[in-house]
Write a protein that binds this ligand. Structure first.
Ligand SMILES: NC(=O)c1ccc[n+]([C@@H]2O[C@H](COP(=O)([O-])OP(=O)(O)OC[C@H]3O[C@@H](n4cnc5c(N)ncnc54)[C@H](OP(=O)(O)O)[C@@H]3O)[C@@H](O)[C@H]2O)c1
Length: 269
């Protein structure tokens, strides 16, 4: 069987699950658009992966939403079609969680940035393509006040709320766009041995390849188109139920409306 070459953008592909997924997909013959916040680290990864196949790279700190919008313009200038967008970059613990805007960095990096990135790239994302949004087993009801930066949260609460928010937004978009492209939220597997897990829990964690296998399947397998809007729970190894809020389309729309409101204020010229 011949392989159809896909163009796949993976945010946060300088480390952890994103980096290992990029390696697996470029080795399989796909064109990989790498992304990272640290220009030098990104260039090192680009050099390393270009020995394996076709890669290019774009830098932006996802906590700076103006940098995110500028990056999307650069990508659209260079790339005619993206088949798969994997919104993988994420943050759990950070030394200064409350940003100068008053917003929690977990909401900015894990929710607002992928929201803006996806909205702005939609014109070049293939209608038969996919958007894979990294969720987590940690999901907690989204507080509107916390989303807007009006109250502060613990690290784990902010992370879990951000992950339910992206899961809800994912389901909303899946229905709004009727699967063109397909939207999937995924828990790549809990406690995989990345920097995030080492920093948050002080443990080595499980084999990262557990997550790589799930993301590769979601990026490439034709059957995934039959699961538009669903949540892939890799702790179980199959599609499963997210937090009940992410199954309530009205709640999903309300949270997405809030995300959109804050995101457009933050990116206003
Ligand atoms: N590991 C797990 O067990 C687990 C479980 C559930 C969900 N997840 C999710 O899986 C995704 C990948 O996490 P991981 O475990 O692979 O974490 P990781 O090893 O810490 O990698 C995170 C990636 O995101 C990038 N990143 C972080 N903050 C950024 C920012 N402000 N701007 C741009 N890029 C930024 C990092 O860049 P640098 O290379 O510069 O650090 C890195 O490339 C996350 O969304 C996470 O929430 C992970």
């Amino acid at each position: 069987m011949t392989m159809t070459q896909k163009t796949i953008l993976i945010t946060g592909s300088t480390d952890g699950i994103g980096l290992e997924t990029a390696k697996a997909l470029v080795t399989a013959g796909h064109i990989i658009i790498l992304h990272g916040r640290n220009v030098e680290k990104l260039k090192r990864v680009e050099m390393q992966l270009s020995a394996l196949g076709n890669v290019k790279s774009y830098a932006s700190d996802l906590s700076d939403l103006h940098a995110v919008t500028a990056m999307t313009e650069n990508i659209k200038r260079d790339v005619k079609q993206i088949d798969v967008l994997i919104n993988n970059a994420g943050v759990f613990k950070t030394s200064s969680p409350v940003m100068s805007s008053g917003l929690d960095m977990r909401f900015v990096v894990n929710v607002f940035a992928p929201f803006i990135l996806t909205q702005r790239l939609l014109p070049v994302i293939s209608k038969s393509g996919r958007v894979i949004n990294l969720s987590s087993a940690a999901q907690a009801p989204v507080s509107e006040a916390a989303l807007k930066g009006e109250t502060t949260l613990s690290d784990s609460a902010a992370y879990a709320q951000s992950k339910l928010a992206i899961t809800m937004w994912s389901n909303h978009m899946a229905h709004k766009l009727s699967g063109q492209p397909t939207f999937i939220a995924v828990n790549p597997g809990s406690l995989l041995g990345t920097n995030m897990v080492k920093d948050a829990y002080g443990m080595a964690g499980k084999d990262i390849n557990i997550g790589v296998k799930a993301l590769t399947y979601l990026a490439l397998d034709p059957d995934v188109d039959n699961h538009n809007g669903e949540y892939f729970d890799n702790d179980r190894g199959h599609f499963g139920e997210p937090h009940t809020d992410a199954l309530d389309l009205e709640k999903c729309k309300d949270v997405t409306d809030e995300i959109e409101k804050v995101a457009s204020e933050l990116t206003a010229p």
